[in-house]
Design a protein around this ligand. Sequence first.
Ligand code: ATP
Length: 540
Amino acid sequence: MRNRSLLRASARLLAPYKRQALAAALTGGAASLATVGVLAMIERALGNGLAAAEIAIFAGLCATILAGEIVANRANSEVVQGAVADLRKELVDKILCAPVAALERLQRHRIVTALNHDVDEICEFVRGLPFLFVSVLTALGCAAYLVFLSWRLALVAVAFAGLPIYLMRRALSTAFVLFDAERRARDELQKDYDALIEGAKELRLNRARRAVFRNDRLFARIERIRDLTTRNFVIFSTVEAIDTTSIFIVIGGLTAAQSALAEAPATTGTFIVALLYMRAPINAVIAHVAMFGRAATSFRRVVDLSESFTTTEPRLVESAGQPPSPFCGSVELRGVTFQYAQEENVAGFTLGPADFHIRPGEIVFIVGENGGGKTTLLKLILGVYPPTSGEILVDGRPVSDAERDDYRQLFSAVFFDYFLFDDVSVSQESAAAAQDYLALMEISEKTAIENGVYTTTALSAGQRKRLALVSAFAEGRPVMVFDEWAAEQDPAFRRAFYREILPDLKRRGKTLVVISHDDRYFDAADRIVTISGGKISAEA
Ligand SMILES: Nc1ncnc2c1ncn2[C@@H]1O[C@H](COP(=O)(O)OP(=O)(O)OP(=O)(O)O)[C@@H](O)[C@H]1O
């Protein structure tokens, strides 16, 4: 079933390139038929020589082979590169629209392996499709020619090829099972590669962990992949060896049968030459079967991934460039709940039902114990997580799924695990203010904004966080949100954040939502909301 899906998906990918694909198929097909024609003429020439007109036809066929192959390869390349680029773009768009909670749950390694390895495998298969088509056409042309030469010899050849074909089929189905195991091992290896880079400092410090990680995890997985790939290689070499041997078995069978069938030796000779020629396209088909197995496994992974990316906001990529809606009133969460997906029979954390509101121009602090639900609440306020139930209202009007992306444009945020892009989206009016903010953050000596890009982001942890605040400010949104922003700051700058920067932002008309554990500065808030065990427990 899935295999048919792969073929359907391949057909869909190739659909926009129908004209080039048709050109490739026709020119490739013409070259294949010309090859069969050349073979037939050689057979005639060996017996009777060629007349002048036939020499011209022979030259014409050779020219057809040359031109056909050049044009077919060029058209193939256009088709395949187009289809590959489309598949990559499609996956990027899927990830851009995917629910953030699903991306967080899936973890980076699975997505990276799908984007790189799986796309490459599928592309490799698609890339081979036009050649497969030409190979099948050539093989069919040869087969027709063989039947034309002698249907009785053709029957003998099929009879002798039966057992090898059965053995090859058995071997290939074993290989397909191994592809699956190899693919799972690749996911795990990618996960360990991530740990190898991201955990470099920890691995340097702990000799015992380094040894276990290297030997029992990384090397063990690399060895497993080597083992599975080698076993697959052996299977395919065996298939090729069976294929090579089978041709000789068939030839042996033909020579043995020739006298019983009273075939002319010249016919049998030509039959065998054509049979030998047929080996090349048959080998190409077998090689493609291997590609098919790998691509089918990768395709299953991509489909599984795509299914977990099912989104309520499929049009996110189309709405780029729309201006944010004007914000004049309040934001309210009414009876909002959110539940993380269940992990291995452990129920996911549930937040809410929560009622929460933000009035324009105020500073709201969200406080509470670790794991109480502050960041989850923040992601709900920002519209990054859609509520499981309940609704979000702007100026008393509920925000629908279709409007959620407009709603999100009200906010800029510095998350606890923020990502710092090196470009700054500075609106005309906030460009000068962004420069002011670099100075206010005491990093204008370290970096500057040139052509909308920071000259450097290679700064200390606290300085990078200040740069993230500049970026958030430069976006010019009415509501700014900070998740434990001051955690990395030195005491003087931490004080500056609560006593100078937040009031300055408020003076500039910003509404501010701040997660904080800095209880000595809680008085900087206009209002404090406490959350514990997923419930808003107090408001002051
Ligand atoms: N990506 C996630 N997937 C599943 N569960 C999660 C995820 N993130 C958080 N949780 C669960 O949700 C609960 C609340 O997490 P949250 O990050 O909102 O807490 P917090 O109050 O911000 O904590 P902290 O003060 O430690 O930052 C946690 O106890 C955790 O079990």
